[in-house]
Design a binder for this molecule. Structure first.
Ligand code: ZN
Length: 150
């Protein structure tokens, strides 16, 4: 049930899809849910934290503790195949699989989620949220969000 908690910014993605959910342990002091934050610029993590508490509570499974695990650091490679597809269906270009890039704010080369064209240009490094960049497709002229690879 904790796995079904969605990213408040991208409601089609669960934290399991994102790769944010590390572990759920049924310990002597109750359930421990371990999560790894995507990155510090993402205000969604506090909401995800609260949502996990609420989801476990709704399921009547408390008490629950949410632990933040910082190592190893999250990368977009942890996002599941289902998560990448859900992003694309939602109209956001998913991050590309591959080795973790060197720079923190590197953006995945944009592939237009509407027509699939790779002839795209970054318009702004920050889109509707800090986690996404704004790109435009030169083929269909539509702007779209790119989930940043990092
Ligand atoms: Zn396009």
């Amino acid at each position: 049930m904790a796995a079904a908690v969605v990213d408040p910014e991208i409601p089609v993605l669960t934290i399991a899809d994102l790769g944010v959910l590390r572990d759920v342990v049924d310990g002597p002091a109750g359930i421990v849910v371990r999560i790894t934050p995507t990155y510090s610029g993402c205000p969604a993590m506090q909401m995800i934290h609260d949502e996990i508490l609420a989801a476990v509570d709704r399921a009547g499974l408390g008490p629950v503790t949410v632990e933040t695990v910082l190592a190893p650091a999250w990368t977009t490679d942890w996002m599941t195949e289902r998560g990448r597809r859900a992003l694309a269906d939602f109209g956001i270009a998913p991050p590309l699989p591959g080795p973790a890039p060197v720079t923190f704010f590197r953006t995945a080369p944009g592939i237009c989620p509407r027509c699939g064209s790779t002839d795209t240009t970054e318009i702004a490094p920050f889109g509707s949220t800090a986690c996404k960049a704004l790109w435009r497709c030169e083929a269909c002229r539509e702007p779209f969000d790119v989930f940043k690879t990092h």
